[in-house]
Design a protein around this ligand. Sequence first.
Ligand SMILES: [Zn+2]
Length: 279
Amino acid sequence: MRLLEAIIDANHRALAGDTNAGLHPAEFENELPLIALTCIDVRLNSLLPQVLGVPQEQFIWLRNAGNIITGPQSSTMRSLSLACAVKGGKEIAIIGHTDCQVGKTTTMQLLERLRAIGVERHMLPDNLNEFFGMFGSERQNVIKAAEIARQSPLIGPKIPIHGLLVDVESGKLDWLVNGYQAAETMTTRWNEFVKSAGQTVDKLKSLSDFNIGEMKFPETKIGETVTKAEDWVAQKVQKLEMKPTTPPEPPTEKTPFTPPRIPLPPPIRPKVHLRRGPK
Ligand SMILES: [Zn+2]
């Protein structure tokens, strides 16, 4: 059983009253730490990472309003990428939650509330919905974020990217996007991408004394290379977008999706007891 399968299984068993349900972190050394992107909702403060059964020291927690990923090169993607590359995160879970106010607030309400804190309409970007990432469905928002993250060149195919929804009342987890499945199809696409990028480098090499070692910027800190890194990423994204096998659009409300079936697991030795949510 893989990490997320075990997490979901333990979560559902705990909710069903199994007091022995829990995750044994030692069995998942190769799949932890887990990186999570969640909303800023304060109700999540006490809910996570307990409902996952993941120990705090194995839980890398990123938050933004609405657990939104606005684009493959967004600030959140940068943090997710570094969480993997620098902090050793092995899997990513984008975790939406029920009753999210970012999803419930209409554009008119948002404008009123911004005005109440002294922000007038003319001070704001034209496309409010796009800028603030307002959404109508928590589930679709998670699925969309997982799609964008999966397509981002900043996350390699070895990192599964899951989509979950947590019920803030009960702590129940719904597995909306199975990152293990997506990673398999992505690996093929990624290999094509790397191959074509390699061909480009070969062409550059033939034109000049291009030294690939120079791309490492060894003397500079991460923050100082942002501009160059963005250029690099922009080129890669452009290449990805130019490919005829462009990744599919994020699913719309109409697209049906089937949550994965959780295989019946062998008994798990209890270690981390899940906190049961209020009834
Ligand atoms: Zn929220």
